[in-house]
Write a protein that binds this ligand. Structure first.
Ligand code: KIV
Ligand code: ZN
Length: 507
């Protein structure tokens, strides 16, 4: 039986860095390697030392300065590559040389222009050379899943005979399905290891068909005890297996996979954010484990459930990956989510105030995708400060533009019977026209003394607060209105100020 520990081999700094547009400086690589050590991955593939002077320096720095994980460098089956790899990683207390050679017909014929015999000889010589430097040598038959399995397995057997202690089976072009991959890994486990427990079978899956994580995990049941991945799944083309998805799948479904890992899961989100920031690769919003929505709940039913018991809609504790659960207020939110958001802001409302505030919130949510804390506070404040209105603005319509003279029509309701009436007005602009129509509705001759618009949040759909001061018969009255529409906000502000004037002058 294979041992129960699953080795997490992270190749963010080698395969991940090969993604188009990523070019990390040695310092940035060092920062990521330090974070990977905090995440407690077992192996860090720090780069491809022979690729350039910069790569060599980056790998050596990590080998010198990062403690904990095994530090590995990739090397082709070329003597100089193996020597450079060793020179770079030798500073680390534990280090590995990762030798690879293509074994598929298309790679051998069209890319390497080598016969299978030549390929086999290059593998034997290279693993032997690497073993002179270290007893931790990994061999990968590149494009294994499109290789003749008999030949690929013969190459792996030769590598083990020469002393390779890890045999990694790359699905280089993301071609395999879980069934194919399990069958192939099962053969490698049986025919290459032949009962030995000092050699590890490893997976390395690319995501061209979106199957990288599924393929990697499926191989655990076939005996694989190392999974290679990159943080956020970055890498060539559609990327690699996501390191963080593997860690959380194995932790969350321990019952299914039955293997142990050492990773410190609370460092997952910090690692993911650091990699995203330094590579410039954004994280997909709905990305498993680390996406901004991975623990966000917007629908009323889900919010209600999560607030009662997190497990209703969460299979992982967000804190266990260094994230926090988020109730997102939007048009699908219900009273429970709204009440929870108010409680988090220490806002207490009476029942009728709550009902009005919830109505205002729903009204705003219909026009805005997400409502943030400032907007929520503004809604609540305007609800708490609300005065008893003798005349209420029911609706308003405005028209204007460069070739239309601005006009407004306001519908108001008055008194206990809430009788509705409509008034029209024209003016120099749409706000002015609204003010004219409202003065007619109130039957008050008011003069506008001050008018200010203050944005509550940024963005095209931002909320704005409109403050007005009007003068009626020697007295000043102020009013405030809040809306995503400045003219509508102005209407509410005028109505508040005119109601204040009405209460003074009628009383
Ligand atoms: O995808 C691949 O085949 C590789 C090897 C070099 C391991 O990255
Ligand atoms: Zn790869």
């Amino acid at each position: 039986m294979p041992q129960d520990k699953l080795i997490i081999f992270d190749t963010t700094l080698r395969d991940g860095e090969q993604a188009p547009g990523i070019a990390l400086t040695p310092d940035e690589k060092l920062a990521i390697a330090r974070q990977l050590a905090k995440l407690r991955v077992d192996v860090i593939e720090a780069g491809f030392a022979a690729a350039s002077e910069g790569d060599f320096y980056g790998v050596s720095q990590i080998a010198k300065l990062v403690e904990g994980p095994v530090i590995a460098s990739l090397a082709r089956c070329v003597p100089d590559d193996i020597d450079r790899a060793h020179d770079a990683v030798r500073h680390a207390a534990r280090h590995r040389i990762h030798v690879f050679q293509s074994t598929s017909p298309i790679h051998m014929e069209r890319m390497l222009r080598m016969t299978p015999n030549e390929v086999m000889r290059s593998i034997v010589k290279s693993v032997r050379r690497a073993r002179r430097y270290t007893d931790d040598v990994e061999f990968s038959p590149q494009d294994a899943t499109r290789s003749d399995p008999d030949f690929m397995i013969a190459c792996c057997r030769a590598a083990v005979r020469e002393g390779a202690s890890t045999i990694n089976i790359p699905d280089t072009v993301g071609f395999a399905t879980p069934e194919d991959y399990v069958a192939l890994l099962g053969r490698v486990y049986d025919e290459v290891l032949e009962g030995r427990d000092d050699v590890i079978v490893s997976t390395h899956c690319h995501n061209d068909l979106g199957l990288a994580v599924a393929n990697s995990l499926s191989a655990i049941h076939a005996g694989a005890r190392q999974i290679e991945g990159a943080v956020n799944g970055i890498g060539e083309r559609a990327g690699n297996t996501s390191t963080e998805e593997i860690i959380m799948a194995v932790k969350t479904r321990q019952d299914h996979f039955g293997v142990e890992i050492d990773a410190n899961t609370e460092e997952i989100v910090p690692t993911s954010r650091l990699v995203s920031r330094l590579t410039g690769y954004p994280i997909q919003f709905n990305k498993a484990v680390v996406g901004r929505n991975a623990f966000a709940h917007e629908s009323g039913i889900h919010q209600h459930g999560v607030l009662r018991a997190r497990e209703t809609y969460e299979i992982m504790d967000p804190a266990s990956v260094g994230a926090t659960s988020q109730i997102v207020l939007g048009k699908h939110s219900g009273r429970a989510g709204f009440a929870d958001a108010l409680a988090k802001l220490d806002i207490v409302l009476e029942d009728d105030q709550f009902a009005d505030a919830f109505r205002r919130f729903k009204d705003l949510a219909d026009r805005k995708v997400e409502i943030n804390e400032r907007e929520l506070r503004t809604i609540i404040r305007s609800e708490q400060d609300r005065i008893d209105e003798t005349i209420r603005l029911v609706s308003m319509r405005v028209s204007g533009g460069s070739d239309v003279s601005p006009s407004a029509s306001v519908r108001v309701s008055r008194g206990a019977e809430a009788e509705e009436e409509e008034f029209e007005g024209e003016g120099g602009g749409m706000v002015d026209a609204t003010f004219t129509a409202l003065k007619k509705a109130f039957g008050i001759d008011a003069r506008l003394l001050d008018y200010r618009v203050v944005p509550v949040t940024a963005g095209a759909d931002a909320m704005a607060e409109v403050n007005v001061v009007i003068r009626v018969g020697g007295f000043s009255h102020n009013g405030r209105g809040v809306s995503t529409d400045v003219v509508e906000g102005s209407g509410h502000a005028f109505v508040e100020a005119l109601n204040r004037a009405l209460s003074v002058h009628d009383g």
